[in-house]
Write a protein that binds this ligand. Structure first.
Ligand code: GLP
Length: 243
């Protein structure tokens, strides 16, 4: 596990964009695993800037997103489909046909999750997976649980996640209660993983997830076992790591 400590959110975003940009340059037709949330927004902004400056070309890149709320139409501005277009895809030259987000409107969870897992396999797996980190240690929507879920599946969101994400909705009641998410096994299969984390409110969980015991009660802790993971965090998020 490599840890890269940046001064602040902007520097974290530039460093993460350096790694993703390098991946796109080294393998122009790579499969990027992408994430939503406030943590990667700056990284997407940096990548857009580099595309505009002519340094990056996404025309052959394919993408698979980590997760999607169940029951939220794509046009809803809180769906992850909408988020990705708004914050990234609309501003670069990626072919939208090559971008994938689980279909939250497919009511048959088993069918949709199997389709998505199969889709990732048919693309040859993920070359680089970008991740954020939830306050309870979740990655994608893999919530703390008695065991690690292997493949794409439907989850019941925890109260703390609904609380954390309600800021984007009119009220907590409007936050969907379920989501489709890649499993821990799906994520661990990525060849390379980059985690972006910022802010003091994440300091406790950074210490627990990356320096504590590996346990499904802290889903991100499994990343300690991955052969190529880089944590890009800012000083505030790193402040509770015992040195
Ligand atoms: C959400 C997403 C995760 C994300 C996490 C952290 O629930 N499903 O993929 O990493 O929350 O979000 P943020 O970066 O806004 O703190």
């Amino acid at each position: 596990m490599k840890i890269c400590v940046a001064k602040d959110y902007n520097e974290m975003s530039r460093k993460a964009a350096n790694i993703i940009g390098a991946q796109v340059i080294m393998k122009p037709n790579c499969v990027l695993g992408l994430a939503t949330g406030s943590s990667p927004i700056g990284t997407y902004k940096e990548l857009i800037k580099r595309y505009e400056e002519g340094d990056l070309d996404f025309s052959q890149v394919k993408s698979v997103n980590l997760d999607e709320y169940k029951g939220l139409p794509r046009e809803n501005d809180q769906s992850y489909y909408y988020f990705m277009n708004d914050n990234f895809f609309n501003h670069i030259n990626i072919d939208k046909e090559n971008t994938n987000v689980p279909n939250g409107m497919e009511p048959n969870a088993e069918e949709e999750c199997a389709r998505y897992e199969e889709l990732i396999n048919s693309l040859g797996g993920v070359d680089l997976q970008l991740l954020g980190l939830g306050h309870n240690g979740h990655i994608g929507f893999n919530e703390p649980a008695p065991q690690f879920d292997k493949v794409t599946h439907c989850v019941d969101l925890q109260e703390s996640t609904i609380e954390a994400n309600k800021r984007f909705f009119a009220s907590a009641d409007d936050v969907p209660r379920q989501a489709y998410t890649m499993g821990i096994g799906t994520i661990m299969n990525a060849k390379k993983i980059v985690v972006v984390v910022s802010g003091e409110d994440k300091a406790e969980i950074v210490n627990k997830a990356f320096f504590g015991p590996v346990t499904p009660e802290v889903p991100a802790s499994i990343l300690q076992m991955h052969p190529d993971v880089t944590i890009v965090c800012d000083e505030a998020a790193y402040s509770k790591v015992a040195r």
